[in-house]
Write a protein that binds this ligand. Structure first.
Ligand SMILES: Cc1cc2nc3c(=O)[nH]c(=O)nc-3n(C[C@H](O)[C@H](O)[C@H](O)COP(=O)(O)O)c2cc1C
Length: 190
């Protein structure tokens, strides 16, 4: 039997609004991609970061070709990945604010240059320096495959996700407290 509750999607236009409604249901971890060197630096908020393979260690991120960071990534063939923690909404807002450009987005954030010369945010849950292995251009975006050069892990684990159009904190410790309240033995979840 055919399930007739599916909405057909037309090509080539498709239906952008309905596509967005679908993608809003997908919770995505929030990271900042950083790029450039010296005074010519930029960064942007992304949720498209994902792991490509563990052997060899590769990740990928999909970036709009008009984003200012894209040109710097293409030019230097390097980029930084800064995975945000639950208390870093403000940084996510700054790095997606079209009114702020280049270095302005870094103002107020604690940042430094990595070994490869790219800017990195100091208080991320995890920070990675990547070399570009490949850029696959498709439609409005470039799928950037990164090969890991170095990484740093923080002792914190509480993460930040974007879901249904807003930021949601995943606070591991608070979640464990909640589980304790409903009497799930903590030894099973810690
Ligand atoms: C939660 C969130 C996730 C985003 N994810 C992406 C992404 O994966 N790829 C992308 O190209 N833009 C993404 N954006 C939009 C960019 O952050 C924004 O367009 C960018 O900062 C613009 O940079 P520019 O002003 O330097 O061109 C996202 C924005 C938000 C708020």
């Amino acid at each position: 039997m055919i399930d007739r509750r599916f909405y057909p999607v037309g090509e080539p236009e498709g239906n952008e609004r309905q596509f967005c409604s679908v993608m809003r249901r997908l919770a995505g971890g929030v990271s900042i991609i950083t790029a450039g060197r010296d005074d010519n630096i930029a960064g942007m908020t992304v949720t498209s970061l994902t792991s490509l393979s563990a052997t060899p260690p590769r990740l990928l991120v999909s970036i709009n070709k008009f984003a200012s960071s894209f040109a710097l990534i293409e030019r230097y063939r390097l980029f930084g990945v800064n995975i945000l923690g639950s208390d870093q909404h403000e940084i996510a807002d700054r790095f997606s604010n079209g009114m702020l450009k280049g270095r302005q987005r870094f103002a107020g954030a604690d940042w430094l240059y990595g070994m490869s010369g790219i800017p990195l945010l100091a208080n991320s849950l995890a920070t990675v320096e990547c070399e570009v292995e490949e850029i696959i251009e498709r439609h409005s975006h470039g799928i950037i495959v990164g090969s890991l050069l170095s990484f740093k892990l923080s002792h914190r684990v509480s993460g930040l996700v974007y879901w249904n159009g807003r930021y949601v904190e995943i606070d591991r410790d608070a979640d464990l407290d909640l589980l304790a309240e409903v009497s799930i033995p903590l030894s099973h979840v810690r």
